[in-house]
Ligand binder design. Sequence first.
Ligand SMILES: Cc1cc2nc3c(=O)[nH]c(=O)nc-3n(C[C@H](O)[C@H](O)[C@H](O)COP(=O)(O)OP(=O)(O)OC[C@H]3O[C@@H](n4cnc5c(N)ncnc54)[C@H](O)[C@@H]3O)c2cc1C
Length: 284
Amino acid sequence: MIPAAFDYVAPTSVADALAALAEAGDDAKVLAGGQSLLPILRMRLNAPEKVIDLGRIEELRGIREDGDHLVIGAMTTYTEALASDLVRDHATVLHEAIKEVADPQIRRRGTLGGALVHADPAGDVGAPALALDTEFVVTGPGGERTVAAADFFADLFETAVGDGELLTSIRIPKHTGWGGHYEKFVRVSHQWSIVAVAATVRVEGGSIAEARIGLTNMGSTPLRASAVEAALVGAAATDEAVRTACAAAAEGTNPPSDLNGSSDYRRALAPVLTRRAVLAAAGG
Ligand SMILES: Cc1cc2nc3c(=O)[nH]c(=O)nc-3n(C[C@H](O)[C@H](O)[C@H](O)COP(=O)(O)OP(=O)(O)OC[C@H]3O[C@@H](n4cnc5c(N)ncnc54)[C@H](O)[C@@H]3O)c2cc1C
């Protein structure tokens, strides 16, 4: 299908994009990589009067170090993040998750900012962002504010980014020396996650010293498996000890039932995938 007609602007600065958003009000939609927005427009699930393309705003791109944080611009593509040694070395679990997103064409166009604001519960970058305690930098007419990961994902397809605001960057505390793994369960390759688990762990002397676990598609937002994180601390990095610690992975979740699997099926998958993710992260 062909989208309904809309006006198109392509500002070259965040300030101009915010001005365009303010001018258009509710009738505007921001375009990043277009991999989620364009299908929505083509199916006419949304028909904005104005589309504001962020693609020419250089200040929204790139990956850099800022002390003990990595700063990633919202318009950085999956492909750029995958090619980054900084992301691989300091945010390994995110790097591993990006490898599992869709296919090379979509990774070349799709952006981290677009994916995080779109907030599809089956999307692959929300859970690692949550596990890494990412800070989200949101810019609006009143200036910049920083939102903690725990407060960013509000509900299904809903985040803390308000009308008239942009996600401009994310700040990830460096997890240097931590292992990371993303265990994605799908029926066929390149599918959206039925369930997936992002695990990042720090191993010391054969035991798990620290662990952070994010769950994909186990509720309307990405979730932290806090009970598992607590149980893993001090556990030996062995199959038996990790299996025991991961038994509670579905605790506090509310997974959907759909054609790919029932809610109970997802609850049964979560401990299995969490064990695999933690063991892989601990060995890496
Ligand atoms: C066939 C197919 C398969 C896919 N498979 C997967 C998969 O396996 N795993 C996965 O994780 N994803 C998958 N995706 C989704 C893909 O990751 C998208 O790229 C991503 O969800 C959206 O990123 P985008 O840059 O394309 O954003 P867009 O589509 O341009 O925008 C998405 C939404 O975010 C808003 N937005 C974008 N950037 C900003 C910003 N900086 N500030 C405020 N609002 C903003 C837009 O207005 C829009 O509402 C798939 C997509 C397709 C088409």
